[in-house]
Design a binder for this molecule. Structure first.
Ligand code: GDP
Ligand code: MG
Length: 362
């Protein structure tokens, strides 16, 4: 009525003429509103729903293209048990240390960065597929590229197929590392053949899948594999804006007896700074200390960088999305609201409960 500059009584009458019984306290749906507006020659347009969180998290507008800069790819290694995932991750880690950190011992924080051809690549260190599934369950899109490890002496196995399905469902690019080529029984062609049965066809066979024969044990062809990762990264045109509030994903988190909650976070947008206040699910806090994958204290971390963070009030869940917010009070307030919403939903689901009881619970 307000927008149409009519009295509410007139609009109610109009609604009634269309068979809609309404009082001033009722909402009408968009289609009904459109029909009524058209009666007065007025066009309707759906308003974009913006939440308070969207505004605080600086999550409303599309990213300004001109502010986007290339970011390192985030890679996960998947494959059947014993096909060499851990060995490959170790081989990559030890052969491609970042120069400035040479000699620094990699801490196992769940992710690490390496350098190849003067560019950086982030690897998730998480064994198995569970973490991947946990992250996807929360809607977090963390990885860009999956390296599918298939042992050349064993071929495609159940968990190989599982990995393919995971990667496809998550819409990540697959690069196949045909591992253990040093073994006498190695048969890379058989692996290629078996993979075609799952829709992965090697480039040299007319498909578009990149396959690299490697030996994690002998550290053979690791360079070539990483070059292929960079090639795919270029094709994906991975970019992010480092110049805004940080947003990313919790890779893993634990409670340390001395240090309290410790969380490994992957920055995906913006720059995370020591001293920032953050919120991740129902956890919040102010960053007391931030270290990189070498255990070195750092002041800021840009897109695709994994960091270990101290200062959260509780241990956040892996896969949870984190946001840097303007101050800790805001973070605390938001977390309280989130917790309240959760409780409310639980109660709505479980049983009829009075509002009073609900307030007493929180
Ligand atoms: P994961 O279960 O996929 O993490 O596999 P691992 O990395 O633990 O490797 C399983 C076994 O295969 C170990 O005994 C490794 O030493 C061996 N292995 C891994 N890569 C190679 C390789 O390139 N060549 C050979 N000969 N053995 C390998
Ligand atoms: Mg392993």
């Amino acid at each position: 009525a307000e927008a149409l500059k009519k009295t509410s009584t007139e609009i109610i009458k109009k609604l009634m003429s269309f068979g809609v019984m309404a009082t001033v306290n009722n909402d009408v749906d968009f289609d009904t509103a459109t029909i009524i507006a058209e009666e007065y020659g007025v066009k309707t347009e759906k308003a974009v729903q913006i939440s308070e969180e969207d505004i605080l998290f600086d999550d409303i507008e599309e990213e300004d293209e001109s502010k986007l800069v290339p970011r390192p790819p985030v890679v996960v290694v998947m494959g059947h048990v014993d096909h060499g995932k851990t060995s490959l991750l170790d081989a990559i880690r030890s052969t491609h240390v970042i120069d400035s950190e040479a000699g620094g011992i990699t801490q196992h924080i769940g992710a690490y960065m390496v350098k190849a051809k003067d560019r950086r690549i982030t690897f998730l260190d998480t064994p198995g597929h569970e973490a991947f599934t946990a992250m996807r369950a929360r809607g977090a899109q963390v990885t860009d590229i999956a390296i599918l490890v298939v042992a050349a002496d064993d071929g495609v196995m159940p968990q190989t197929i599982e990995a393919i399905n995971h990667a496809k469902a998550a819409n990540v690019s697959i690069i196949v590392a045909i591992n253990k080529i040093d073994k006498p029984g190695a048969n890379p062609d058989r692996v290629k053949q078996e993979l075609t049965e799952h829709g992965i066809v090697a480039e040299e066979w007319g498909g578009d899948a990149i396959m690299v024969p490697v030996s994690a044990k002998k550290r053979e062809n690791i360079d070539q594999l990483l070059e292929m990762v960079l090639l795919v990264a270029d094709m994906l045109e991975l970019k992010a804006n480092p110049d805004r509030q940080a947003k990313g994903t919790i890779i893993e988190a634990k409670l340390d007896k001395e240090r309290g909650p410790v969380a490994t976070m992957l920055v995906q947008r913006g720059t995370l700074k020591a001293g920032d206040s953050i919120i991740a699910g129902s956890a919040f806090g102010r960053i007391k200390a931030m270290t990189n994958d070498k255990g070195t204290a750092i002041k800021s971390a840009g897109p695709s960088m994994p960091v270990e963070v101290l200062g959260m009030n509780e241990v956040p869940d892996a896969g949870e999305i984190f946001y840097a917010v303007t101050d800790e009070k805001v973070a605390k307030h938001l977390v309280e609201k989130r917790k309240y919403k959760q409780k409310e939903q639980q109660y709505k689901k479980s049983a009829k409960v009075s509002l009073e009881e609900l307030y007493n619970q929180i």
